[in-house]
Design a binder for this molecule. Structure first.
Ligand code: ZN
Ligand code: ZN
Length: 375
């Protein structure tokens, strides 16, 4: 079938994106779902910093590619051998397909799924190959098995989680990346305990979701750090207990003064090495520093091994919030529905597919938290 999609042909084009328009809206060919796959009509897709990192070249991927990995939609066709979904079901995409039979999947760590990662790195679906092609019959790559900036998509059954139909689509989209990554980092990766103190550095969609997760999870004090004053003000509105401008020379001391010499758990979501160093230094003795930020792969950090040992510190990475998507997405949705995880407050803009470049320029300028394309 012919569908409209936002295609990225080259990474690293000049800003402003409103002028250079890195994503072009094109008519592309989408093949029918193969064995174990489904055709989904996209209803909403969020603009995430990881999409921006592909556009600006910080997270290199194969070109051309239909971007978009935080999305939701309605199942409209089932490929052969899909028996546990029905046409009309609402689904949220998991941007890592979970194969359910590799060693990490079999040992309870699907966030490390080897087959899902291999498919994502190749820009293919879990079942191998491409279902998208251009007018010249050349393949177009899939973004993390999702490619949500399109009217329809074909994905592996293992890339979708069925959700409650009463949830509005523009809210549902947020659970696919921002909420899963942010709340999951707090609950699954760091295993926040009631009463612990928390620092969150980097207020994008993931950072704000982590703030809500830390509040819902029972943190006694949540300190947020960023260089953007508007985002710090928004964090206070959402319930943060204290703010720190991380560009100030004494930022680490400010966090230490607000706590008993440093937080129990520090989270870094800025994707900037200095932000990770700051967060590590502001974490107290015996504490844990968790990062889900993704700086350019060439970047290295400096840390004191002595401090790591003598303070019994932990430095830990977190990918898709160490989530089990089929367990966590419905659980986080239920928390939203009961009022304890108000993720709707993260949405700052809704837009049309044709406005996607304007949206990414706004994200690059730091003027948006979550923008959602609706279809
Ligand atoms: Zn697996
Ligand atoms: Zn994302």
């Amino acid at each position: 079938m012919k569908i409209k999609a936002a295609v990225l042909h080259a990474m690293g084009v000049e800003r402003p994106y409103t002028a250079s328009k890195p994503l072009t809206i094109e008519e592309v060919e989408l093949q029918a779902p193969q064995r174990g796959e489904v055709l989904v009509k996209i209803k909403a897709a969020g603009l995430c910093h990881s999409d921006l990192s592909v556009i600006d070249g910080n997270r290199p991927r194969q070109m051309p590619m239909v971007l978009g990995h935080e999305a939701t939609g309605e199942v409209v066709e089932l490929g052969p051998d899909v028996h546990d979904l029905a046409i009309g079901d609402h689904v949220v995409f998991s941007f890592l397909p979970i194969c359910n039979h590799c060693m990490p999947c079999m040992t309870g760590r699907p966030a490390l799924c080897e087959n899902g990662l291999a498919a994502n790195n190749k820009g293919e679906l879990l079942g191998g190959g491409f279902r998208l092609q251009n007018q010249q019959q050349e393949p177009i790559h899939h973004h993390m098995g999702v490619s949500g900036f399109a009217e329809y998509t074909v994905v592996s059954r293992k890339s979708v989680v069925k959700i409650d139909k009463t949830l509005p689509f523009e809210i549902a989209a947020l659970f696919g990346c921002a909420v899963m990554t942010g709340v999951g980092a707090v609950i699954n990766t760091a295993k926040l305990s009631l009463g612990q103190t928390v620092l969150i550095t980097g207020l994008g969609g993931v950072g704000f979701a982590a703030l809500l997760g830390a509040l819902a999870g029972g943190a006694s004090k949540v300190i947020v750090a960023d260089v953007n004053k508007d985002k710090l003000a928004k964090a206070i509105e959402l319930g943060a207990h204290a703010i720190v401008d991380s560009s100030e020379a004494d930022a680490v001391e400010q966090v230490k003064d607000l706590t008993n010499g440093g937080v129990d758990i520090g989270f870094e979501f800025a994707g900037v090495v200095q932000a990770l160093e700051f967060t590590y230094n502001a974490t107290g003795r015996g504490g844990k520093t968790v990062t889900a930020g993704l700086p350019h792969p060439s970047k290295m950090m400096q840390l004191s091994p002595t401090k790591l040992v003598a303070d019994e510190r932990t430095l830990q990475g977190s990918y898709i919030g160490s989530c089990v998507p089929v367990r966590d997405i419905p659980a986080y949705i239920a928390l939203y529905q009961s009022g304890r995880l108000p993720v709707d407050k993260l949405m700052t803009h809704t837009l049309q597919l044709e406005e996607v470049n304007e949206g990414f320029e706004r994200l690059a300028k730091g003027e948006a938290i979550r923008q959602v394309i609706t279809f």
